[in-house]
Design a protein around this ligand. Structure first.
Ligand SMILES: Nc1ncnc2c1ncn2[C@@H]1O[C@H](COP(=O)(O)OP(=O)(O)OP(=O)(O)O)[C@@H](O)[C@H]1O
Length: 245
């Protein structure tokens, strides 16, 4: 599903690549956490996978599509929940409309949403448990409620791969458990789920592949039980990299 071979990634104007000679393969039904210290390149890795940041060298293929040539096509197939995104208070659309935007990649230019699109959006809203917010303007919601809406938007997309950057950061304890269960369900159906996180509580009860990054490279890659994740991180990069809840 995700095939990266010797990739380098650079930001416009950056004096050196952020990701350097990184190779990684992630297959169907894997639950992957990318950990590592601040600035290690975790977000940049997610954005290299979906073509939001330019891969300058190496080969990057996602769902069989060349990310360097057809990033737009990749983004139609890949869900991405951005870190700490917050909507302007005057954003002129409701939760329902925001979730429906998850369908736009599938719809294509100038096509109107049909029954399948409305059904997918409604399912996602129900799954995340935000039915009571459906008609509220998105900019008036709390950080956690906006985060849930973004997750629902990406579920409505029915992505082939789901990437999430710090998905638990704005969520309360109950919501974390809930979202964790949703992600686990996706993995069960074969969708690879890749999250960047510093928080290692409330993880799905399944094998977790931990990829540890440091300075733009993969420093460790190990599959373990959820209860072992914190120890793997402490051992790999030190106590400070494990967030205290
Ligand atoms: N838009 C940008 N333009 C230039 N450099 C950037 C940009 N975004 C990130 N960087 C640089 O890339 C490096 C890696 O950043 P990145 O956000 O990928 O790290 P991270 O591991 O996700 O960090 P954190 O845990 O703090 O979120 C940092 O040195 C950062 O300054």
């Amino acid at each position: 599903m995700i095939e990266l071979d010797g990739i380098y990634t650079a930001y416009e104007g950056g004096d050196r690549p952020v990701i350097r000679d990184l190779s990684l393969r992630i297959g169907k039904g894997e639950f992957v956490i990318i950990g590592g210290p601040n600035g290690a390149g975790k977000t940049t890795l997610l954005e290299s996978i979906n073509g939001m940041v330019r891969v300058t060298h190496g080969s990057a293929r996602v769902c069989g599509i060349d990310v360097r040539r057809a990033g737009c096509e990749v983004r139609k197939r890949v869900g991405y929940v951005i870190q700490n995104f917050s909507f302007d208070p005057f954003t002129p659309f409701t939760v329902e409309q925001a979730v429906m935007m998850g369908r736009y990649g599938r719809l294509g230019m100038l096509r109107r949403p049909g029954k399948a699109d409305f059904d997918a959006a409604e399912r996602a809203i129900r799954l995340v448990g935000i039915e009571d917010l459906t008609h509220k303007p998105i900019g008036t919601l709390s950080g956690g409620q906006q985060q849930k809406t973004l997750i629902a938007q990406n579920l409505a997309k029915e992505p082939d791969v789901l990437l999430l950057d710090e998905p638990f950061s704005n969520l309360d304890f109950q919501a974390r458990e809930f979202v964790s269960g949703i992600l686990s369900g996706l993995v069960e159906k074969g969708t690879p789920v890749v999250i960047v996180s510093h928080a290692f509580d409330d993880l799905p009860d399944r094998d977790i592949r931990m990829i540890i990054m440091e300075d733009g490279q993969v420093k460790g890659d190990i599959t373990c039980a959820p209860a072992e994740v914190k120890d793997v991180v402490r051992f790999s990069i030190g106590r400070s990299a494990v967030a205290v809840n």
